[in-house]
Design a protein around this ligand. Sequence first.
Ligand code: NDP
Length: 310
Amino acid sequence: MIDENKLLNGTKVASEIRAEVADEVRELSDIGIRPRLDVVLVGDDPASQVYVRSKAKTSAELGMRSETHILPADTGQAELGALIDRLNTDDEVDGILVQLPLPRGVDSSTILDRIDPAKDVDGFHPINVGRLQQGRPLLVPCTPAGVMELLRREGIDLKGRRAVVVGRSDIVGKPMAMLLLHAHATVTLCHSRTRDLASVTREAEILIAAVGQRALIGAEFVSPGAVVVDVGMHRVTDRDVVEHLYPGNEKKMAAFDKRGAVLCGDVDTTRVAPIAGRITPVPGGVGPLTIAMLMANTARAAKLRRGRPS
Ligand code: NDP
């Protein structure tokens, strides 16, 4: 079990953010603006369906409008592009999110580039990427933005500190590194070709794991006292693996027996937590922050589009 005092509580911070967004939405509604998020889902990937439903549910809980557009898996590039064009020009729509991954045969970059940057609540459009790089962000990718909120609200000082990000995806790793840089950390960005990864990550005072490899970051990757943020999310369905990852952890085993699976991250939490100064759990760390930041981005887009300070 992780020492409670070490935990970076993403669930708590996410619920604070959601409460703040609900207040903002109430204020906007009072002056006749009710932010609306439109989510586009192509195909019938079960995980994507769950994500899309939870986005619609959270929007409703916070008083926002939302529409889900479900298209068949064989939808072509032109048809999907036409829907994006329609949502771009619909003044009622504040945020557009295209659920990834898109089916083979549809070029994701072309579709994401077509979204109006002012409605790009995922922050993936080149305009939003460039603005982030220049330090004048408009809409920032939700997961790294959520990590920054977590660090800020948990009082983690970043100025001048050594931060190492493992993973250089456009969705997490690169924007994460940029946000840390703008917060005055000294940042190293690692990837699959990084030589002797552990020797680099051991330099980290702040270590962000966004690798997509289950429990890759073990004890030998972490220096004593480091702040460890685990972005990874993996569903483990093999009992032996669960027993290896969480030896003697009755709570985890009970959860596994009940549901047939447990979630784990890119960090081997059992072995890293005793060394780390602070650490995010999985679940209950970064996961809840992503959707909270999507809601915050939608409210922000609604304000920005109407020339209101955000
Ligand atoms: P990607 O697969 O797009 O990127 C993974 C990155 O990790 C790549 O840059 C890759 O390097 C690097 N990498 C892979 N293996 C190694 C290795 N052995 N050593 C060093 N670097 C390695 O993943 P994402 O960024 O989309 O996601 C990362 C993780 O975060 C996943 O587990 C995902 O499920 C999770 N996630 C969680 C979210 C949440 O809300 N909690 C939201 C988004 C993602 P290279 O570029 O060289 O290939």
